[in-house]
Design a protein around this ligand. Sequence first.
Ligand code: FEO
Length: 386
Amino acid sequence: MIELENGVKYVGLSDRRITLFENVYPIARGMSYNAYVICDKKTALLDAVDSVLADRFVDEVKEALNGRKLDYIVIHHTEPDHLSSLGRIAEIYPDSVIVGNVKTFAEMEKFFPNISNERKIVADGDCLNLGTHNLKFIFAPMVHWPEVMVSIDLSDGTFYSADAFGTFGALGGNIYADEFDFFAEIDEARRYYSNIVGKYGAMVNNLLKKVSAYEIKRICPLHGAIHRETTIARFIDYYAKWANLEPETEGIVIAYGSIYGHTAAACEYLAQELAKRYKNVKVYDVSAVHSSFIISEIFKYGKLVIASPTYNANIFPPVLALVEDISALAIKNRRVAVIENGTWLPSAASKIKSILANNKDFEIVETITLLKGDGKKELAALAAKF
Ligand code: FEO
């Protein structure tokens, strides 16, 4: 438990044993699940943690309450990485009132049909007054589930932002972003945003617009560091770029699959040609690098080359997974070149372009088929055309 200010206490925990967040995304540095206790005239627990940490979480909450009863449990988001320890908390504090919206309780009942605590249903814009602290709820559907709501403490400008402004990675004792070099680790924040929330940029924009009406002095997300005055504006700038799919800086991502090394060789040559003209030419073998890292890079840079051998008359499976991810996340506003390879029936390019046909403002700059020879002439021409 870490004391913040004015009776607000951090009761989140980090899991350093987890290796895959959502059993999909590699997280070499673990994951934090943030939760907060407010001790005022009334007491409130804001959110919970993953159930693997439930025992320690109960201890943290008890320590924060320091013998007081728990009046409210506020649920901003029902996804199990936060909610799955709710059953334990509700069992220990059966007299606490659970605060959520209509959709919160619809989701909660699926996971915990037997929780019988009293409920307080809030509407968009409602407040929960705890004494001095006064939480105003703002609905944030699809950031990142339909029931998500955030809250702003009108007494001190704290923005409890749910998954928004979260990051991958466990926290050390420094829980404020200004206590370590947060922006040196921005890649992990972007990887979290792009893969977890990236599909819902329009909803993130709506949320940013709504909260811009308030003077935000602290952002308390459900994952990762807490932000104060010196880091808030810069992090919001990143978020605005990501939500609008605006590249952060000049650069080109080359994502290739290669079975016997020929497509790899072509892409290495292309990278050398591109590097004569552009900074930040980033080359990834999709068989070696998890797609979540490549997706993050595609959010960062404005240009993309996808190269694939033909495999079973289709796209090479690791490339197919990446292309489907790009489609599913509705990434837009990118210049793209497609390279296909294949000795007897190259057909990956048309399938790649077909999958990406609905990505808005995806400009296919060039399509190259590598059939015989080293393709250097075509690749050099592509580099010039990009
Ligand atoms: Fe951290 Fe959408 O849950």
